[in-house]
Ligand binder design. Structure first.
Ligand code: PEP
Ligand code: MG
Length: 556
């Protein structure tokens, strides 16, 4: 890529190269100040007008959900539910009943929830973008304006935005939107998750992006995290061709995972429900390394019964019959609150009652889930591995393992808390495997909220301090011969995945769309090279240096 052109740099999220003009989303509706108040006699009609607008928006989002798939469907359905959420509708109707016009009521009611969600932090804070997106859609409907956001361009384009609402990214057509760049967003933001699923080259936290105007032709490199403005057309076209050839080679990768010198490393998929598992089973993924069970229940008011849970878990086990499936027990709280899980108000939910800690305050919730997993295992004649999230002590690991073994299942724990990584050898006295969640491990090691775009460089999984804890955990596994997998986003980065193998990881689990890229890259390097890269990375002081050290070893 030419060095002399103006370039914008950000955090690389989805590899791939695109050369196309830039588009920006259409502006959000502006609310004129001083709208006349509503007469008492017209307030019922105004309430109806508001309700109808919200219903239209919800229906549009549901329609788009019916043509989307996987995470995109979830996101659109969640936003549709938000548009007709009783709490939000009620707050707006109360304002209308006092004479506030519907447009202002929608805006004010939204801000009430924005304040609440922001205070809650984590994933709830990230949902503020969704809330404002729903508000803008309802406002446009009330004002008789076209739907805000992204309209499908006439020629393939690179979509640039300050931040993208999930409802925007969820409906994207990868044939027409060939690249995504945002000013905000971290590697685990909604934009990143959907871009990864759709395989659209993507860069987030791109500083200076706002100076790149609509219509400018740019070259986006999702692996380097770079956007070159008005590049040399010849160079740009050959970069795209090279990237297409690389992609075709990658898509042709069929597994199983192993290094070029034949050392086996299973490449697994992260899934969140039966549909996701069925779609992952059509890829080269050798199994499921992380089934995030809590994501099946985000919209539930009450805890699903054992039978219903068993049916849901069985769908995933069936999709990967006779292959490895690792089921994680409910990781509720903080960024993933579940309505049926009792939780106290906390100043700092990421450091509060979340993951395995919810079991203490919710008697029976863990044992009922384990019963359901055992039932699903029985029905599908499979032997899933079962792991607990957010383990911090050996005592937690011991008690979890006892419960899991009592049901004839294989127990393991996630390593997401530095304390657990440091004492991995002692945790392994109780469980049969470990799985490192690098997203949370980075958050807690670096004391940086994983959802914060401002802190994205801290939570970069290439942070040498995080990798030092991965090394310590893998060493503990190596000493006992017990498997240590990686299931955080780090495993989706082909280069980093090879470093993780060099550090001693025995399996890698990532979004299904990332599986071929990881497998293909691993197949080009020897275990010894991975180990040398791991050693070099551990000797660095920051993520940029770490990435460069690994690149030098793998790519010369
Ligand atoms: C992690 O923390 O890396 C992980 C895999 O769990 P989640 O992203 O669901 O918190
Ligand atoms: Mg986690």
């Amino acid at each position: 890529m030419t060095e002399t052109r103006e370039a914008v740099r950000g955090t690389p999220v989805v590899p791939g190269v695109a050369y196309a003009p830039v588009i920006w989303p259409s502006p959000r509706p502006e609310l004129e100040p001083g709208l006349p108040r509503i007469d008492a006699s017209s307030r019922d009609g105004e309430k109806l007008r508001f309700e109808e607008a919200a219903a239209v928006v919800a229906q549009r989002l549901r329609d788009r959900a019916s043509t989307a798939s996987g995470a995109a469907t979830e996101v659109l359905l969640a936003n549709a539910a938000m548009a007709v959420d009783r709490g939000w509708l009620g707050a707006a109707q109360k304002l209308i009943a006092d004479g506030t016009p519907a447009e202002e009521a929608a805006a004010q009611a939204t801000e009430q929830f924005v304040v609440l969600f922001t205070k809650m932090g984590g994933l709830m804070a990230e949902r503020v973008t969704d809330l404002r997106d729903v508000r803008d859609r309802v406002l446009s409907e009330l004002l008789g304006l076209p739907e805000p956001g992204i309209s499908t361009p006439e020629t393939p384009s690179i979509l640039c935005a300050r931040d993208l609402a999930p409802a925007d990214t969820a409906g994207l057509d990868p044939e027409m939107i060939v690249g995504l760049v945002t000013v905000l967003g971290g590697p685990t933001s909604h934009t990143a998750i959907i871009a990864r699923q759709l395989g659209i080259p993507c860069v987030v936290a791109a500083d200076g992006l706002e100076s790149v105007t609509a219509g400018t032709t740019v070259l986006l490199d999702g692996e380097a995290g770079e956007l070159v403005v008005e590049p040399d057309p010849g160079e740009a076209r050959s970069a795209v061709e090279q990237s297409r050839a690389d992609r075709a080679r990658i898509q042709g990768w069929k597994g199983p995972g192993r290094t070029s010198d034949g050392v086996s490393v299973s490449i697994l998929a992260n899934v969140q429900d039966g549909a996701g598992a069925r779609s992952a089973s059509t890829t080269a993924a050798e199994g499921v390394g992380l089934f995030r069970t809590e994501l099946c229940f985000l919209d539930r008011d009450s805890e699903p019964g054992i039978d219903e849970q068993a049916e849901i878990y069985a769908e995933v086990l069936e999709a990967f019959a006779e292959r490895k499936v690792v089921i994680r027990t409910l990781d509720a709280g903080s960024d993933k609150p579940l309505r049926f899980v009792r939780q106290v108000d906390e100043e700092n939910p990421a450091l509060g009652v979340r993951g395995i800690r919810i079991a203490a305050d919710n008697p029976g919730i863990l044992s009922r889930q384990l019963d359901a997993i055992a039932l699903a295992a029985n029905r599908t004649r499979s032997q899933p591995w079962v792991m607990a999230p957010m383990i911090a002590t050996a005592a937690e690991a011991a008690s979890f393992a006892t419960e899991v073994r009592a049901r004839g299942l294989v127990p393991g724990v996630m390593i997401e808390v530095p304390a657990a990584a440091l004492l991995a050898d002692r945790l392994l006295e109780h469980v049969d495997f470990l799985s490192i969640g690098t997203n949370d491990l980075a958050q807690y090691t670096m004391a940086a909220d994983r959802m914060s775009p401002e802190l994205a460089s801290f939570t970069d999984p290439w942070q040498p301090a995080v990798l030092a804890l991965v090394a310590r955990t893998a060493d503990a596994g190596g000493a006992t011969g017990k498997p240590v997998g990686i299931c955080g986003e780090a495993a989706a980065d082909p280069l980093l995945a090879c470093v993780l193998v060099g550090l001693g990881a025995t399996s890698l689990s990532c979004a299904a769309a990332a599986v071929p890229g990881v497998g293909a890259k691993l197949g080009t390097v020897t275990l010894d090279t991975c180990r040398r890269a791991a050693e070099a990375v551990l000797a660095t002081s920051d993520p940029v240096e770490a990435r460069a050290a690994a690149t030098l070893i793998f790519e010369g």
